[in-house]
Design a protein around this ligand. Structure first.
Ligand code: NAP
Length: 251
């Protein structure tokens, strides 16, 4: 038996980067998947990669998760297609443009909170009844910037801090229903989004110099941790924030 045989997982941000790596990993371990994001083509590419790897056909649910309706629709899709939901991963969210707090536009602040915090609220509200049917697990992708500060990233850090607080609060609230809730706190991970962001080379060099493991991380390394937290191997773990940053935040 693979760890996710018979299980159904919904992964947001599954069209690229960390979310795509998590979806591929869960599929390799037997999960049937609902892939969510705003655009269909990247999600179709992830579904094709899953099929090429011998995974079960994935279902695609498109929509902007900053609005409540697409989050509810994605969960409804899981119920319609598979009749159950065992795991939910919230990895959607654009890499933010760094800006000093004094000049951060209200719209950018709101967008950051909408996709990282509100979307998680909408997803969990919709998914909790289905997850509770068999006991389930939730993994939210926060950031090590929930715990440390970097100039120009106040809105992002505050949103990721809110994600870790929400995870702890919901772990307490949902534990009696058999639902575990955990966060992953990655450091700098090499994705298309981070590679194409301004200053990638300098950022990567600076991060690697600070991190005891002397390099940036890879999406598959975050995916391995997400699969662990969603699986029964983590059956007694809830409310935690697992840092995946090569030690950057403790050095
Ligand atoms: P990415 O490659 O840009 O992936 C983000 C995904 O989210 C995209 O597929 C995007 O697809 C989707 N998305 C964005 N906004 C959305 C919205 N409003 N509704 C629905 N889908 C949306 O980024 P990544 O580097 O993999 O990052 C993934 C997560 O990890 C983010 O939460 C990020 O903050 C977190 N994280 C990343 C790093 C890092 O160094 N990479 C470090 C710490 C934490 P569409 O554009 O098609 O919607």
């Amino acid at each position: 038996m693979a760890r996710f045989d018979d299980r159904v997982c919904l992964v947001t941000g599954a069209g690229s980067g960390i979310g795509a790596a998590i979806a591929r990993r869960l599929a390799r371990e037997g999960a049937r998947l609902v892939l969510c994001g705003r655009r269909e083509p990247p999600l179709a590419a992830t579904a094709a990669a899953i099929a090429a790897g011998g995974g079960a056909p994935a279902v695609i649910a498109t929509g902007d998760l900053a609005d409540p309706a697409p989050a509810a629709a994605a969960v409804a899709h899981a119920k319609r297609a598979f009749g159950r939901l065992d795991g939910l991963v919230h990895a959607a969210g654009d890499v933010v443009r760094a800006d000093a707090l004094a000049t951060t536009r209200d719209a950018d602040w709101n967008t950051t909170f909408d996709v990282h915090v509100r979307a998680l609220q909408y997803l969990l509200r919709a998914a909790t009844p289905l997850l509770a049917e068999r006991g389930g697990a939730i993994v939210a992708i926060a950031s090590n910037l929930a715990r440390i500060g970097l100039p120009g990233l106040a809105a992002y850090s505050a949103a990721k801090g809110a994600v870790t607080s929400l995870v702890r609060a919901l772990a307490v609230e949902l534990g009696p229903a058999g639902i575990r809730v955990n966060a992953l706190l990655p450091g700098l991970i090499e994705t298309g989004a981070t590679r194409s962001a301004p200053g990638w080379e300098a950022n990567a060099r600076g991060f690697a110099a600070r991190a005891p493991l002397r390099r940036v991380g890879q999406p598959d390394e975050v995916a391995a941790a997400a699969a662990f937290l969603l699986s029964d191997d983590a059956a007694f773990i809830t409310g935690t924030g697992l840092v995946i940053d090569g030690g950057a935040s403790i050095s």
